[in-house]
Design a protein around this ligand. Structure first.
Ligand SMILES: [Zn+2]
Length: 472
């Protein structure tokens, strides 16, 4: 605990008053952007209740760490060609200031998805490049593969978010210069100094159980060889040894990192909180400040799987990471933003009584306003859950509707069996993103610009202005 976080309010106020004039309090030295992938407003409300109930409270009155931030905006998330966005277009809006098509990363809306020519003709410049040129250290931590859409926005430019390794890229496009996302992380130059998450399969060839075209490909070896003081880590334990000034590539899983709900007791994977606090510990030593993205990436995946309990655990861990980071930083010099890239077709309701277990069946109040002693029954004679989806893999396959599952591992019921088709022609049921606005919570220098209903690409402007990097 540093002096500045322990300082009582009066002392902090006196200190602020003594700041030299050129240390303008409206400029941020650092920016931390927390993205809860798919963390729509209903997810925040449900997670607030879930986290409160897991602490023995009724839940509704609970407050998540970022809900105390003084500035809040609603964010319009649509992509230029899609009413309901995807993460690639959304992170591009946030990091480049330009809305674009779904599926592309740091490429302008003029380019078509999967068009290498379009990618080369219409590059966008993410804030990480500008901040990096201004001397800021750059960090990205995520619970997904580090080559997944949201983290890739920090270092890659691609007309197709699924080009995660070279086996995904047409060799002709590769020759033209449309390299895969993992390759760009290692070879595009000036990549982030701190990278942590999953996805090691995209860095290796078959010799090391990876997916790259060359059996002996080893991008980790290449990355280590391209700079001094570089450390590769693959387990939580190794995070402790990392020293300020070291650049870090941490790949803790072949695929995405484990869901919190599926974490083994002997897991060697760090939690999102461990990764985020390690990144902040190292980045706080950067002389010129830093820009850090922390993504709770599997909130989204839990929702796609229609497992609200899993989504609650992921959101709870995301909130824990925010709380732990807030203990380490000074909001007089660090702009902290917490937002989502998009929502999901997820909601809560049904006139549940106060303190109704949020992962349970709805228990209503009686006509005196007192809780009934058993779940309410719908017109089909079955109970229904507090949390539900408009579509997804838990669609009701046959009538009469079975009793819906409850608890952490429940598959939530829905109406519409939407699915997507894999490359091999097989189908996978998946709940979809939601198109309504998401929230932006902000504290620190420049955070007062986070108000009203804003376009998602305005988040870029808020961060650039706060860092003093905007042109006007
Ligand atoms: Zn998604």
């Amino acid at each position: 605990m540093t002096l500045r976080t322990a300082a009582p309010l009066l002392f902090a106020t006196l200190l602020a008053a003594c700041q030299p004039a050129n240390d303008s309090p409206d400029k941020a030295r650092n920016v931390i952007l927390f993205v809860g992938d798919g963390m729509g407003v209903a997810t925040v409300t449900a997670a607030r209740i879930f986290d409160g109930q897991s602490r023995g409270m009724s839940g509704e009155e609970h407050v998540l760490p970022f809900e105390t931030f003084p500035n809040v905006a609603l964010v319009k998330t649509y992509n230029t060609n899609q009413q309901t966005p995807d993460s690639a277009g959304a992170i591009t809006a946030m990091l480049t200031g330009t809305k674009t098509r779904a599926g592309v990363i740091n490429v302008g809306p003029e380019a078509l998805r999967k068009s290498c020519e379009g990618q080369l003709a219409h590059p966008l410049t993410p804030i990480t490049e500008i901040a990096g040129q201004a001397g800021k250290a750059i960090g990205v931590v995520t619970t997904t593969r580090v080559t997944h859409a949201t983290p890739a926005g920090m270092f890659a430019r691609t007309a197709e978010r699924d080009w995660e390794d070279d086996s995904d890229v047409d060799p002709t496009d590769w020759q033209l210069g449309c390299h895969d996302i993992a390759y760009q992380l290692v070879h595009a130059g000036n990549g982030p100094q701190i990278v942590m998450g999953g996805g090691s399969q995209h860095f290796f060839g078959a010799d090391r159980l990876g997916k790259r075209r060359q059996a002996d490909a080893d991008l980790v070896r290449d990355w280590l060889g391209a700079g001094a003081r570089r450390r590769y880590v693959a387990s939580a334990e190794q995070l402790e040894d990392l020293q300020p000034g070291e650049e870090v590539l941490g790949l803790f899983a072949s695929e995405h990192m484990s869901f919190v709900a599926e974490r083994k007791p002997d897991s060697t994977e760090p939690t999102l909180t461990q990764m985020a606090t390690t990144a902040v510990r190292l980045l706080e030593e950067s002389e010129a400040g830093y820009f850090l993205l922390v993504e709770g990436g599997r909130i989204d995946h839990a929702h796609h799987d229609a497992r609200p309990g899993w989504a609650m655990l992921e959101t709870q861990e995301f909130a824990n990471a925010v709380a732990a980071v807030m203990e380490m930083i000074d909001t007089r010099e660090t702009l902290v933003l917490v937002t989502a890239d998009h929502s999901h077709v997820f909601t809560l309701g049904g006139y549940a009584t106060r303190g109704n277990p949020v992962l349970g069946h709805v228990v209503k109040n009686d006509d005196r306003g007192l809780p009934m002693d058993k779940p309410d029954l719908a017109a089909d004679g079955q109970p229904y859950t507090v949390l539900s989806y408009a579509n997804g893999p838990g669609f009701v396959r046959e009538l009469p509707r079975p009793e819906p599952e409850t608890g952490v591992h429940a598959l939530a019921q829905s109406l519409v069996p939407v699915f997507y088709e894999n490359d091999d022609g097989t189908h996978e049921y998946s709940e979809t993103h939601g198109g309504e606005d998401v929230a932006l919570y902000a504290i620190g220098p420049g955070s007062e610009a986070a108000r009203g209903v804003i376009e998602q690409n305005r988040i870029y402007d808020i961060m650039m202005m706060a860092l003093g990097l905007a042109e006007n």
